[in-house]
Design a protein around this ligand. Structure first.
Ligand SMILES: [Mg+2]
Length: 377
């Protein structure tokens, strides 16, 4: 079998763009992948077009060879855009491999370790009372893990205010759902160490399942300081690519949960290696999934095959989108993703429907401090 074509599909749906990749083979099988760096989709298209020239005629089943060739083959490291493009292709190749061998992808990654994959969903509201009601509503739908986000006030993020607001909303959610439902908080890299430490200490009595991404990702060593002062579990890594960017976090055991984004980190090939490395340090994986149906499927297969899986970001799984573009998506029921039985990823892609979702140029949302200066979104 040989790769015969690699096609890109940047599409807009709802409020954002997605970038899907279709890898075709000379015997008629195809695989589908997804690119993970939102608001850089056209950079992804360009990177994938460069890679397509490398891959004409390659055997799509040689996933490790292709990974090494794409990562090391052009001499100059391409950074996260490059690895996100590689991720899309790698996931598509695993889809082809599963179809070629007649097995769901998780069976090729080691087999099925669990009957279902527990997911979390988002909660929030304008007031703590609204957040409490949102938490009650999600629990009534079957979700057992909830995630709150650190909030701004109408586009203004003042760190000390954000910490106070976050603690108030978290406390309201905890009171609403009791101790049996786990609640996480995503700080979305909005704080620096002093405010992170204050947030962590104030949340600890409220039993957070984890505090996610309090700091920007440039300096993983900054988590040493957080570790000295905060005992609440930390979840980090959705912006990171390849094993090398995870190296310090894992080897120094600076985090408790690795937020692998399979569509950025280097695909299933790289995510499987990082997950195994995490296992040797008692770190669990919580794959990042803010993307579309291919990302959700790829995460599900990894989760089914990794013993050190904790919980999966549900993303859109409770609300299927692009159902004409993806007429078959992975099964989901009341807070849980279920093992797909189909060979490959278990999603079907109808490229004819891509024309219904024309790409739109957009930039990411941005936040300011009260004095007008720029701050992290
Ligand atoms: Mg996050």
């Amino acid at each position: 079998m040989k790769i015969s074509a690699i096609k890109t599909f940047p599409v807009f749906c709802g409020s954002r763009n997605y970038l899907f990749v279709k890898v075709e083979t000379d015997d008629g099988l195809y695989g589908v992948g997804e690119f993970g760096i939102t608001w850089k989709e056209q950079a992804g298209v360009g990177a994938i077009e460069h890679m397509a020239h490398h891959l004409q005629g390659e055997d799509p089943l040689n996933t490790e060879w292709i990974w090494q060739k794409l990562f090391r083959g052009d001499f100059f490291p391409g950074g996260r855009i490059n690895t996100a493009a590689m991720s899309a292709i790698d996931i598509a190749l695993w889809d082809i491999k599963g179809k070629a061998w007649g097995q769901p992808v998780h069976m090729l990654l080691g087999g099925r370790l669990r009957d279902r994959v527990t997911c979390y969903t988002g909660i929030g509201g304008a007031t703590p009372e609204d957040t409490a009601q949102s938490a009650r509503d999600r629990v009534a739908e079957g979700w057992r893990y909830l995630r709150l986000s650190t909030m701004d006030r109408a586009g203004i993020l003042e760190p000390r205010t954000a910490v106070r607001d976050s603690v108030a909303h978290f406390a309201a959610a905890r009171q609403a759902v009791g101790p049996e439902v786990d609640i996480c908080i995503d700080v979305h890299t909005r704080l620096d160490p002093p405010d992170t430490i204050r947030l962590g200490r104030e949340l600890e009595p409220l039993d957070p399942f984890f505090i996610e991404d309090p700091l920007r990702c440039e300096n993983p060593q900054s988590y040493r300081l957080i570790r000295q002062h905060v005992s609440a579990p930390l979840a980090v890594g959705e912006q990171l690519s390849t094993k090398w960017e995870f190296r310090q976090l894992i080897e120094e055991e600076l985090v408790d949960y690795a937020r692998l984004d399979l569509c950025i980190v280097g695909g299933l090939t790289e995510a499987r290696k990082i997950a195994n490395w995490c296992e040797t340090h008692y770190i669990k994986i919580v794959p990042h999934n803010p993307l579309g149906p291919v990302s959700a499927a790829a995460c599900l297969h990894l989760d089914l095959a990794c013993d050190n899986f904790a919980v999966q970001e549900g993303g859109l799984v409770g609300h299927p989108v692009m159902t004409d573009l993806f007429p078959v998506q992975v099964p989901f029921q009341a807070g849980y993703l279920l093992p797909p039985e189909r060979p490959g990823l278990g999603v079907e892609f109808d490229e004819q429907a891509a024309s219904h979702y024309e790409f739109r140029w957009q930039t990411g949302p941005q936040l300011r401090r009260a004095d007008g200066s720029f701050t992290n979104w």
